[in-house]
Ligand binder design. Sequence first.
Ligand code: SAM
Length: 284
Amino acid sequence: MPEDALDASPSRVPVGIDPNRPSIARVYDGFLGGKNHYAVDREVMERILTVVPEAADIAQGNRRFLNRACRFLATQTDISQYLDCGSGLPTAENTHQIVHRTNPEAHIVYVDNDPVVLAHGRALLEDDELVMMAKADIFSPTTVLGHELVERYLDLSAPIVLLQVGTMHHLEGERAPELMREYIDALAPGSYVVLSHFYDPEVPELTKVAKRIEDILVHGPMGAGRFRTREEIEAMVPGLEIVKPNATGEPRLVPCYQWWPDGPQLKAPSLASQCIGGIVARKP
Ligand code: SAM
């Protein structure tokens, strides 16, 4: 076991955590360079890295997109409420830290169902009165929207930011557009949605990368991880106005690394980094 990883010996594993089943949150944390993973998670990572050595670029591109989108929304809108679905393990720059730098009064509700995420999140946020960690199934919009912490800390009759970043591709089957519509229907006009999703750019060499990773995720112990086309992902924000993704681009999905990058891109993007797409969109 690497020195900094989680200890899977029975006496060290917290109640409710199965160290023999890989978890989305822990595998993602591993790709981000975190230390919250067990051997079973690293096996999934290694299988993916064998077929796509630059696969970590997907997780990193996704996380940087989340950070830039939060910074944009905190500085360019007056919205003070964020619902971050499938928030994942706390890393260096979490939604609340970014938003609070600009808007220290903003309310943030994180939602996840992974016991490691919930434990870390609650420990980090213990004394925080503005940031809450809710346990719920993000693929059940009514459960999330009716959660007592959502009801108590967010006012859905006013605009909010809804984040579904790196989540909807983990839903098995074809219900993603329908679930997103349910969320969007519940939002007040002026709300924003931040969505990122595994992306198949429909270019043969990139589709090959997407399919290699999808095969491991869908047919392995994780059981889900679908790469979708632009048309399929854009269908998840029906009726919304997509924000222009950069100075020259049309308002549409782009690979996450192209969404208002922090500066000129001196390095050529890897193939993997082109296989995660992002959208920020406003409800009119
Ligand atoms: N949003 C974060 C980001 O982009 O950095 C984390 C993304 S991580 C890939 C996906 C997260 O969704 C994990 O923390 C996982 O536990 C959570 N998740 C997956 N399915 C879920 C479900 N049905 N209900 C709640 N959370 C879920």
